[in-house]
Structure formats: C-alpha cells, structure tokens
Ligand binder design. Structure first.
Ligand code: SAM
Length: 237
C-alpha cells in the first residue's frame, strides 16, 4: 500500500470503529491502556498552565488524563478522524467544560501550530499508524519549545520466551476475533497486531528519535513489554 492509500485506510478505519473504540480498548487491554496513559502523563514535567499538544488524540483519553493530573494545562488535541474528534469533544466537555482543551482536525505530519509553542507533545498509540515517522517526529520537534518534552506511548510485544508465545496467541488470534465481533470491523482488529509487529524495536525507534533531533531519549517497557513509553527532549533549553 502506498502512503496515500495507507493514510486513507487508517482514517476510514478509525472513523468506522470510533463508537466502539474506548470500550474495546478497555476490554482488550484489561484496562491497562488507562494505566499506560496515566504513566505517560506523569512523565510530563509541565509548568503551571503548560501548553501540551496531543497528536493523534483519538477519543481524547490523553487530554482527559492531562486535565486530571496537571494544574491549569492548555491542551491542543489533533486528529484527522472527525468521528474520533466528535467523541473526544463530548468526553472532554463532560470532564471539564472550558477552554483548556481545544480539539481540531489536523494531520500530525503538518500541524497548524507555530514553532516553539508547546511545553510537551504527546502521542499515544498513534505513531505506529504513521508511515513517515521521521516527518512526524520532526514536526513535533518544531512545535516544541527548547527543553520541551516529547512522550510517545506505543504498543509492543514481550521479549522472546513463553510469555511472548502466549501473548501472540491472544494478540493474533483472540483479539481480532473479539474486536471484530464488537466493532463489526475485523479488518481493523487484524491490522492492530500486524501494525504492532511491524513497529521497530525500542532501540531502533529511540535511534529515530535521536536522528530526528531529540536528546536525552529514554524508553521504558510497561506491563512486561506489552507497551513502551519513549521520552525525549528538544535540545537548547
Ligand atoms: C489507536 S488511535 C489512538 C487514539 C488516542 N491517542 C488514544 O490514546 O487512544 C490512533 C489515532 O491516530 C489518528 N491518526 C493516525 N494517523 C494520523 C495522522 N497522520 N494525523 C492525525 N491523526 C492520525 C487516528 O485517526 C486515530 O484516532
């Protein structure tokens, strides 16, 4: 699939599964997704009223977690799926109605924000869906203030061993079947394990972050390696 067709496929797929997305995330990860996002947001050292860009914000769970954890944050959430954004709007307004969260339809590869304008950029389970990851990382670096932090949360698989074999049985066989039944979109839940398995290993993705201009790049395996949290800084504070 070329880049254009891939983008169209991803956008349509998330549009189609949006109504069941949150429910299936909680079910298929046994609510681990909630604690992974919590961990990512806890890693952000924001000033009071710090500005955060949440790229590929989906249904707004990262933005809501930021509202819960941080004092007076100013959050901008972008996603290219209007269906996911509509759900995010409703959820954010229920948690805290007000101007702290501003959501808009935009591509993570080319955001409408000025350079050096955010204290943090977050992307949870989004970078895997973007083919031109370097361009996305460079865009995140552009909009970050010097010294600002990038946090990338992504799904992964456990290291080789019995746990990995067991997990792959679940991830490649059971998850697509359950996801397919509830979302009525088996293609989306077949794409999920395939995209995770083709995502680079943590050391390789960390290298890409460094090559894209981030310093102090670190990564942490979560839940026996089922997810990875990457952080890095824009140099020059
Ligand atoms: C797996 S969901 C993650 C949503 C959310 N961040 C979360 O924590 O649940 C991936 C999201 O990335 C969005 N997405 C993928 N590629 C994108 C791009 N290039 N620009 C903007 N959004 C994108 C999709 O529309 C989808 O909402």
């Amino acid at each position: 699939m070329d880049k254009k067709s891939h983008t169209r496929f991803v956008k349509n797929m998330f549009g189609a599964i949006a109504p069941r997305y949150d429910f299936l995330n909680r079910l298929l990860s046994l609510r681990q997704d909630v604690s992974w996002r919590r961990r990512m947001v806890a890693a952000l050292d924001l000033p009071e009223d710090g500005r955060v860009l949440d790229a590929a914000c989906g249904t707004g769970d990262v933005a809501i977690e930021i509202l819960r954890q941080k004092k007076a944050p100013q959050i901008r959430g972008i996603d290219f799926s209007p269906e996911m954004l509509a759900i995010a709007e409703n959820k954010a307004a229920r948690v805290r109605p007000g101007p702290e969260v501003f959501l808009l339809a935009a591509d993570a590869l080319q955001t409408p924000f000025a350079a050096n304008s955010f204290d943090a950029v977050t992307i949870a389970f989004g970078i895997r869906n973007i083919l031109n990851r370097r361009q996305a990382l460079e865009e995140f670096r552009r909009v970050l203030k010097p010294g600002g932090i990038l946090a990338v949360l992504e799904l992964a698989t456990p290291a080789p061993g019995p746990l990995r074999s067991l997990y792959l049985l679940y991830f490649e066989k059971i998850l697509p079947a359950v996801g397919g039944v509830f979302s009525k979109n088996i293609r989306a839940y077949r794409y999920l394990p395939a995209s995770v398995l083709s995502f680079p290993q943590p050391a390789e993705f960390s290298r890409l972050m460094r090559h894209s201009g981030f310093s102090d790049v670190q990564w942490l395996k979560l839940s026996a390696g089922i997810a990875t949290l990457f952080t890095g800084r824009k140099p020059g504070a």
